[in-house]
Design a protein around this ligand. Structure first.
Ligand code: Z5A
Length: 216
């Protein structure tokens, strides 16, 4: 049985994580691998319930409550879904994971990064990505994409879309700081380009990890 692999996609809102996670999942399935594509917050029944509270702009949440909710979501996601799938030899792709907490609650909200490191260790229980792809782009471009999607689908804005651009810029800086500190795990890809061009760069990074060409 092939070893399980854990890949995470990170980045600011509208950077294309969900789009690229689905494309990458399909490309990996074409190699005959079993693939789980999942996301945070969410990914489990408990997680989807937490997600509904976490993102609802009408629900008042202190930033400490926000932090603890996303950690509770991760603790459940790891133990119920991620670790079993990885142990079963699957490729697991998660749209957001622990780096989002460092970037949003740490760099964005201002929680102490050492504290967040300890809390993330508790939540992740040693489940660390083999590869993290940060999709990087100017926050205005990402927010414009999500606004355009909202106009097209009627989807309302969430707790974070209402934050000022300055907050999202700090978050972007957080992801870039993580990438600088952990170059062996984290690859930054310019996401301000056409979808297929971004896909090609992601494919190259994943091929390097799995030592196998991808099609599609
Ligand atoms: N959060 C947190 O604070 N702490 C944590 O620890 C975790 C999360 C885990 C999750 O919301 C929120 O939770 C998130 C951080 C916080 N909020 N923010 N900001 P979410 O899951 O609902 O939102 P998101 O993760 O930011 O996803 P998103 O807004 O859906 O963006 P995305 O997944 O990166 O992008 P997408 O859905 O693939 O694409 C967005 C639109 O752009 C869509 O219409 C696409 O067709 C289009 N798109 C995608 N790629 C391109 C390119 N290359 N060119 C043009 N258009 C494109």
């Amino acid at each position: 049985m092939a070893n399980g692999i854990f890949i995470t996609l990170e980045g600011v809102e509208g950077s294309g994580k969900t789009t690229q996670a689905a494309i990458l999942g399909d490309a990996l399935r074409q190699t005959g691998r079993r693939v789980t594509v999942t996301h945070e917050p969410g990914g489990t029944r408990a997680g989807e319930t937490i997600r509904a509270i976490f993102l609802d702009p009408a629900v008042s949440l202190d930033v400490a409550a926000e932090l603890l909710l996303v950690l509770a979501d991760r603790a459940q996601h790891v133990r119920e879904k991620l670790r079993p799938a990885i142990a079963n030899g699957e490729v697991v792709i998660s749209d957001r994971y622990s780096d989002s907490t460092t970037a949003y609650q740490g760099h964005g909200r201002g929680f102490d990064l050492e504290l967040l490191g300890n809390l993330n260790r508790l939540a992740t229980d040693g489940v660390t990505p083999d590869l993290t792809i940060v999709l990087d782009l100017p926050v205005e471009t990402g927010l414009e994409r999500t606004r355009a999607r909202a106009r097209g689908t009627g989807r309302g804005s969430d707790r974070f879309e209402g934050e000022r651009a300055e907050f999202h810029r700090k978050v972007r800086g957080g992801f870039l700081a993580i990438a600088k500190a952990e170059p062996g795990r984290v690859v930054v890809i310019d996401a301000d380009r056409a979808i297929d061009v971004v896909t090609a760069d992601i494919r190259r990074a994943v091929e390097e990890l799995i030592k196998q060409p991808l099609r599609g």
